[in-house]
Structure formats: structure tokens, C-alpha cells
Design a protein. Structure first.
Length: 475
């Protein structure tokens, strides 16, 4: 509504200025017209009286002329006329300063205002038989003029105020309907788009620039939705490819792990088939076959569950149990590399709300990377704990309690230049054929989807520690 208020303020100020200027010009025009009208009336009356006075003076003398003048103006309340001598210093002296009446010597009419500007004096020269210069002084009260001007000014002010008020009301109504509400809806839509909500097209029925902007925003949201779907599909494909890569590593290690139970199953089954065992030994051999088959089935099921694509589905997860399961899953790889795995100690209080499968993928990637970076005889240790700390600015979270899951290895460590790029897709420090460069990038994306982040601490020659921070959530 701030734009609406600015629009209304600009319009009202403009209308007020126009009304003020127009009112002032009308006021001045009416004032000048009324002033000219009064001067004209006084001059016309003065000329008529001057001719009458001159005629009576010539015929009957000064006394008759003065009586004629008094009789002619006695019925006019707002106008007084009297005879003056320019050189007199008694009652016939003019009330205006003599220096301002010089034009009367040339036979011109002189019009002046008194010092209070409440009386208009008009002086008309009159030719009489006397040698002295005389004339008529007509005094007009400006009270009527002032009343007219006051009334006119009041009318102008009321008219201007009415115009401004009507303009403000119209601007308010039109601004709210055609500017305020549409802009509020556009702003709300922009906020939802900023949070990733592209649903709900914006319907503005007005056919103007704001309507066109709403249409363009809807088209932009449609394009972003299509791109978002494509990006989600590509991201899931990358994650699945990374899982398959890890599955390949695990499978190569488990091939040897499955060899031993297969040999046991084969030997026991052969003894039973050739009837080389009898009685209780047959039951023992059958039980051993079943146990080894279940062991192989569990290993294969873990691989299949790990390789299967899945959507994000949060549920209560015991982090220590998950860490132990990951250590069990990659145990063969660690044994082959002669690296010791140290799973986190069991703790039923270390639970968070997370996606079990995706968190398994993250920890598996980190543990496998730790094994590959650790020389024979080294250790890869997992630990979990709740910590109190503020999240980095890019996480945009006010939560203070985080689950910290650390994977620490005693490997070769990372150089500073490599540590700044380890989460970039397809960046790897491993030899050709040893890695795709997707593991850490995918792990970063999965952790960010959970609302957390991954911190890396590494010293060349002393190993690295990858710490996954996840919100505690409602476990």
C-alpha cells in the first residue's frame, strides 16, 4: 500500500496546487474587477456632480452649489461627497496628501486609498468662477468591498478543499482497487516463489501493466516448475548413479565375503546329499546351511536396499544404530584395505528425524572415502553427539541444537585448495577409476535437503574429519 499512498499523495498535492493557483487567480481577478467597478462608478458619479455643481455655482453661487452637492448625495450611505479647496487648511481641506493630488491641476481625476485602506477617495477637478483651485472629494467606504472579497476568498477555499477531498477519495478508491490490491497479490506471489512454492497461478483480471506482469509471473512459474522437475530428476539420477558406484565397490568386497558361506553351504549340502552324515549331524548340517543362506540373504538385501532409489521420507532414526549398520555394510572394504572401523557406541538418546536411506548413503560415502584415504593400519571412527551452536548464514536457520555425526580418518588429509572444492560435482583427488567425484557432492545435497550442512576439518598428513550437522527435529 506504500505505492498507493505515494500515488494518492502526489495526486492530492497536484490537485491542491492547481486549486490553490486557480483560486488565487480568480480571487485577484474578482478583486480587480470590483475595484475597477468602484473606481468607475465614483468617477462617473463625480463627473455628473461636477457638471451640476459648476452649473449651479455659475448661476446661483457657492452656497447653492454646496447645498446641491449635499442634497444629491444625502441618500447614499456608502458614499459621501463634499467640496474641497486645494489650498484650504480648514474644513474644506482634502483628506488625501496634497502632493498626491498634483494631477488635478491638469484636469485629471485622481483616485486614492486612505492609510487604513478602508476608504476610497476620488477627486474630480471643477471649474468655478473663483481663482482658487477646487473640486469634489467623493469618499467610498470599502466595507462592502472587503465583505465581498472575504466571501469570495471563503468560497475559493471551500471549493479548493472540496476539490482536494473529492480527488483524495477518488484516488484512494482507485489506488486501492487498481494498484494497492494487485501489488499486494503480486508481492505475496513473489514471496511464495522465493520460498519455492510455484503452485497457484495469480489471476489479475485487469488489463493493464500489472495484469501483464501477473501473466508473465505465471509463465515464469510454469517454466520454473518444469525446470525444477527436470533438476529434481537429474539430481536423483546423480544420486542413484553414486549409489550404484558405491554398490559396485561394496559388491566387489562382498564377493569374497560371500565365498566363505557359499563353500560352507556347498560342503554341508554335499554331505547330506551323499548320506555321509546321519542322525543329529544331518540336522546340524541343515541348520548351518540355513544360517549361512540367511547371512548371504541379509548381505544381498542390504545392497539392494542401498541401491534402490527413494524419495525423502523422514522418520525417527537412531544415529548410533545407523552408524553401526554402515560399518557392517563396508566392513569387507575396510578389511581388504587393512583399516579398522570404529562404530559409535550405542546410545538410545541420540535420535533425530531424518531419512534413513539417504542418511545411510551419506555416511557410507564418507566412510568409504575415509577408508580409501587411510593407509593400511589406520582407523576410521564414527561419533555422534548433540551440540549447541549457530548455523552458517547460508543454512538460514535459527535452530541452536544440532546432531553432529563425525567421520574421522587417520589418512593423508586434504590440501587447502582441494578442501575448498571437494563438494563440487565430478571433482576428485582420487586416481582414475577410483572415484567419480559425485559422492561428496551428492552427500552435500542430501544433507542440505535435511536442513543441515557438512563441515570439513583436515590437516595434510594428519587425517580429515567430516562432520554432518542435522537439525534435531521431532524424533
Amino acid at each position: 500500500m506504500r505505492l498507493t499512498r505515494k500515488f494518492i499523495a502526489a495526486l492530492v498535492i497536484g490537485v491542491a496546487l492547481v486549486a490553490l493557483i486557480q483560486g488565487y487567480l480568480d480571487y485577484q481577478r474578482e478583486r480587480d474587477v470590483f475595484d475597477r467597478q468602484m473606481r468607475g462608478e465614483a468617477a462617473a458619479l463625480g463627473r455628473a456632480l461636477a457638471r451640476g455643481v459648476a452649473h449651479v455655482w455659475q448661476r446661483d453661487g457657492e452656497a447653492a452649489a454646496r447645498e446641491f452637492l449635499e442634497t444629491a448625495t444625502s441618500k447614499r450611505e456608502s458614499l459621501q461627497a463634499r467640496w474641497i479647496w486645494l489650498d484650504a487648511k480648514d474644513r474644506d481641506e482634502p483628506r488625501a496628501p496634497r502632493e498626491e493630488l498634483g494631477d488635478m491641476d491638469s484636469g485629471n481625476i485622481v483616485t486614492l486609498r486612505d492609510k487604513t485602506r478602508r476608504v476610497l477617495f476620488t477627486y474630480i477637478p471643477v471649474e468655478v468662477p473663483e481663482r482658487r483651485r477646487g473640486g469634489l472629494e467623493i469618499a467610498q467606504s470599502l466595507e462592502q468591498f472587503d465583505q465581498y472579497i472575504s466571501t469570495s476568498l471563503r468560497s475559493q477555499i471551500i471549493g479548493s478543499a472540496s476539490a482536494v477531498t473529492i480527488a483524495a477519495l477518488l484516488a484512494l478508491a482507485l489506488g486501492v482497487v487498481f494498484i494497492g490490491r494487485p501489488i499486494n497479490r503480486l508481492a505475496e506471489k513473489a514471496r511464495r516463489v522465493g520460498t519455492g512454492d510455484l503452485s497457484g497461478p495469480l489471476d489479475l483480471k485487469q488489463r493493464d501493466e500489472l495484469g501483464e506482469l501477473a501473466t508473465e509471473i505465471n509463465l515464469m512459474c510454469d517454466r520454473l516448475a518444469d525446470e525444477q522437475k527436470a533438476r529434481e530428476t537429474a539430481t536423483e539420477q546423480l544420486r542413484h548413479a553414486d549409489r550404484l558406484t558405491t554398490v559396485g565397490k561394496l559388491a566387489s568386497g562382498l564377493a569374497h565375503e560371500l565365498g566363505t558361506p557359499l563353500n560352507v553351504v556347498q560342503g554341508r549340502a554335499k554331505l547330506i546329499a551323499e548320506r555321509e552324515v546321519e542322525g543329529q549331524d544331518v540336522e546340524d548340517s541343515a541348520r548351518i546351511v540355513v544360517e549361512q543362506a540367511e547371512r548371504m540373504t541379509a548381505l544381498i538385501r542390504q545392497l539392494l536396499d542401498f541401491a534402490r532409489p527413494r524419495a525423502l521420507h523422514k522418520a525417527p532414526v537412531n544415529v548410533t544404530t545407523l552408524g553401526a549398520r554402515v560399518c557392517q555394510l563396508v566392513a569387507t572394504i575396510a578389511k581388504t584395505a587393512n583399516v579398522t572401523l570404529d562404530p559409535p557406541p550405542a546410545d538410545e538418546t541420540l535420535r533425530i528425524s531424518a531419512d534413513d536411506g539417504q542418511l545411510t548413503q551419506v555416511l557410507t560415502n564418507l566412510v568409504v572415502n575415509g577408508i580409501q584415504a587411510t593407509p593400511p593400519g589406520g582407523t576410521v571412527a564414527l561419533a555422534a553427539r548433540f551440540v549447541e551452536q549457530a548455523a552458517p548464514p547460508y543454512v538460514e536457520s535459527d535452530e541452536q541444537t544440532w546432531m553432529a555425526i563425525s567421520v574421522r580418518d587417520t589418512g593423508i588429509g586434504l590440501e587447502e585448495a582441494h578442501r575448498a572444492r571437494i563438494f563440487e560435482p565430478f571433482f576428485t583427488t582420487k586416481e582414475v577409476g577410483m572415484g567419480t567425484g559425485l559422492g561428496l557432492s551428492v552427500s552435500w545435497g542430501l544433507v542440505r535437503e535435511h536442513g543441515g550442512w557438512i563441515d570439513v576439518q583436515s590437516t595434510p598428513g594428519q587425517g580429515s574429519t567430516f562432520t554432518v550437522y542435522l537439525p534435531r527435529g521431532a524424533a
